[in-house]
Ligand binder design. Sequence first.
Ligand code: UD1
Length: 420
Amino acid sequence: MSVQRRLIIKGGRRIEGELSVQGAKNSSLPILAAAVLCRGQTEIYNCPKLSDCDAACRILSSLGCGCKREGNVVCVNSSAVCTSDISEKLMREMRSSIIFMGALLGRTGQCRMSFPGGCEIGSRPIDFHLDAFRKMGAKITEEHGYITCSAAKLRGAKISFPVPSVGATENVMLAAVLAEGSTEIHNAAREPEICDLAGFLTKCGAKIDGAGTGTIHIEGVKSLSGCTYTVMPDRIAAATYLCCGAITRGEILLTNTDPASLGLVVPVLEQIGCSIYSFGSGSVYLNARKTLKAPAMIKTAPYPGFPTDAQPPLMALCSTLPGTTMFTETIFENRYRHVSELKRLGAKINVEGQVAVVEGVSRLSGAELEACDLRGGAAMVTAALFAEGTTKISKICYINRGYEDIEGCLRSVGADIRCV
Ligand code: UD1
């Protein structure tokens, strides 16, 4: 019988110190999938030790790739991809395994995998992905919960997304780099992770222009070689740790981070009253030892808008600030599941549809909580650092999907946190 581990946090300690930020989960996953396209050896540096990355490595192994991790370096050898099927068990481990579809189509012209279905934060359809692959010449059938795609010849195409989708943009990029002719992606996602994936593919020999803008051009090439690549720092982990510094009215220096990728997170924290300094060398310093106040409105939006993934930890912070904040979540329909848990700590939050109104309180007190999803779990950790007394958080497997050793990281900057 597996014993569920819990995080035990005694709140009220000021966060003070320096923290090196992990590599980006949301870059590592598409880059691991992209390794399928390369004939030869790929070395991926700064790949965080996360259960989602482990799941991606298990998929690579099941496809016949050599896949070995040493510390934060993952080496993939894709010389001998021997199947295009991903088992249902592996698909269930991680919703983002859908990203292997573009890579497998590009490499082998076919793939078969179970439908990823919905997840904790919403229904998460994949229609944009499938429509785009059809336009590129793939035949797609959906039967008994399985999707089968095949393309005798994958052709470049003009793809236009109804709204920017990170996963669909990445999937099309993966399929297009080895397709015949050119592909144009309109209304492409502009997230920094798209640029990171483009950086990796370009290093392997792909021809990609416009990553980071709304229009991406890809010229198919005959083959890709392996390369050595360093994954960008995780901007959502960085945003979470900045919120942890701010909620304890502390001071934190984040290293191995990319200030530019934080986008609107920095101006919002400044508006709250934190002082933030970015250093070109990849560091961000936050000082929250002053009077803070709630921002009036936060609306999530595709990059460069405020990231939906940073909404839960920011909400935890706002729940302790004088004033009222109106949050509007525009990306996922079920992204307020942390609210009921924050309320157990004493937060005053009212949710109606996509809007959450947070009335700041001066005191939170420890309680027993259950993580509901990755970023919701991070919001609970953030709030627990402020709450008087002890907070116990269960179902931390959700948190471990995206934060590498959150307990050790926060302990190193002064938090009273342990995992039991
Ligand atoms: C990625 C991130 C996730 C982040 C999200 C939005 C990874 C592994 N995950 O998720 O952390 O919260 O971007 O920044 O990178 N949509 C459709 N049909 C589709 C695809 C998407 O309707 O085929 C909709 C979604 O329901 C959502 C919106 O498009 O409302 C954006 O979702 P998308 O950008 O695709 O999110 P993911 O790539 O799944």
